[in-house]
Design a protein around this ligand. Structure first.
Ligand code: OSB
Ligand code: MG
Length: 370
């Protein structure tokens, strides 16, 4: 397939509510939808679900735009690729910038699925027909608001709650949740907001809440303190921000820094790297799960197919469209089944229809490289 054009839409999908996590508040989402065109007339969609500020990883919406238009596009346009490995190799010399790479690579996977008339699930080697889905409860101004949001999510049937914590917002919300629901699956995500010296005592207390896992207590590059903490805890540590590549996953597992890995294709540079991490973790008996970055339905569709691989053992962060957004870019909308799962499409291609009118309606800037 010869790539002849890349279109970038900078979209702002109105958010219903803001989402506070350990590194700050996400109030709106301005990010990139990518369209890759082949000489034969196929169109592949991808998404780079960047944040506006470099608070989660170093990338931003601006940096993704720059990386794609200035550095990735010239390596891809006018070239012919038959496999995703050939495609990735064309920009192998570009370091980092994983969210930018991931959006472009996803669009190539979408092209492959259309060319081969296969589902993304089949193309990636997925085996499950449905995927367990959890929901995240952000940091809230009060326990009352926190409990009413939790109540809403438990009633909707999510397979687990992930509580966003930070120093000063940890024991109290967890006490309230456990008093209300002694047995539901709960995990916590600290988004790197603790440090070993000041917080080891409080983190040790988290063992008493029967949590599925504690996600990313410390900074991304801190494999050593994560290993020290894992040694003190019976609750598994899960790494998110620390894992930007297969090599990071090997380091974390070899150093015993975690017992679970959260895989997000945008953070690790794409679906291929995600599959490689999944496969490696399986050989080490480390379960993985698919995280999210508040993607639109386009990004979630790729994540859903990925999460159908066998070693995705824990519920995914895969909110149905209506949790964060008033509208979505795909039909049908992502839907939670009564048993807390989402069905993985078997249809060829993305498995959903992208509504191009909506992509254009919500886009505030447009870029094209030919
Ligand atoms: O730590 O998982 C995180 C969103 C942006 C950046 C980091 C994180 C998140 C989420 C989103 O938790 C969860 C979702 O996409 O449903
Ligand atoms: Mg996380």
């Amino acid at each position: 397939m010869k790539i002849v054009k890349i279109e970038l839409y900078e979209v702002v999908l109105p958010m219903k509510k803001s989402f506070e996590v350990g590194f700050g508040v996400i109030k709106s989402k301005r990010e990139l939808i990518i369209r890759l065109h082949t000489a034969e007339g196929l169109i592949g969609y991808g998404e780079s679900p960047s944040l506006q500020e470099p608070t989660y990883t170093h990338e931003t919406t601006e940096s993704c735009k720059q990386t794609i238009t200035k550095h990735l596009a010239p390596r891809i346009i006018g070239k012919t690729f038959e496999t995703v490995n050939q495609f990735r190799y064309s920009y192998n010399d570009i370091v980092g910038n994983n969210i930018a790479k991931s959006g472009v690579e996803a669009a190539f996977w979408h092209l492959l699925a259309q060319r081969d008339n296969q589902s993304l699930k089949t193309l990636m080697g997925g085996t499950k027909s449905k995927v367990l889905v959890g929901e995240s409860v952000g940091i809230m101004p009060s326990i009352t608001e926190f409990m009413s949001t939790s109540e809403e999510y438990v009633t909707r049937g999510f397979a687990r709650l992930k509580v966003k914590i930070k120093p000063g917002w940890d024991i109290e919300p967890l006490d309230s949740l456990r008093n209300r629901w002694p047995n539901i699956p709960i995990s916590v995500d600290a988004n790197a907001s603790y440090n070993f010296k000041d917080h080891k005592k409080i983190l040790k207390q988290l063992d008493s809440f029967d949590l599925e896992m504690i996600e990313q207590p410390f900074g991304a590059d801190n494999f050593i303190d994560h290993a020290r903490l894992q040694d003190m805890l019976s609750t598994p540590i899960c790494l998110d921000e620390s894992i930007e590549s297969l090599n990071n996953a090997i380091t974390a597992i070899e150093a015993s820094s975690c017992r679970v890995i959260n895989i997000k294709p945008p953070r690790v540079g794409g679906l291929s790297e995600s599959i490689a991490i999944h496969n490696y973790a399986a050989t080490k008996n480390i379960g993985v799960w698919c995280g999210g970055m508040l993607e639109t339905g386009i990004g979630r569709a790729f994540n859903l197919a990925l999460a159908s691989l066998a070693n995705f053992k824990y519920p995914a962060d895969m909110s149905p469209s209506d949790i964060y957004y008033e509208d979505d870019l795909i039909t049908p909308a992502l839907r939670l089944e009564k048993d807390g799962t989402m069905l993985v499409p078997d249809k060829p291609g993305l498995g959903y229809t992208v509504n191009q009118q909506k992509v254009e309606r919500y886009s505030i800037k447009y870029h094209v490289v030919t």
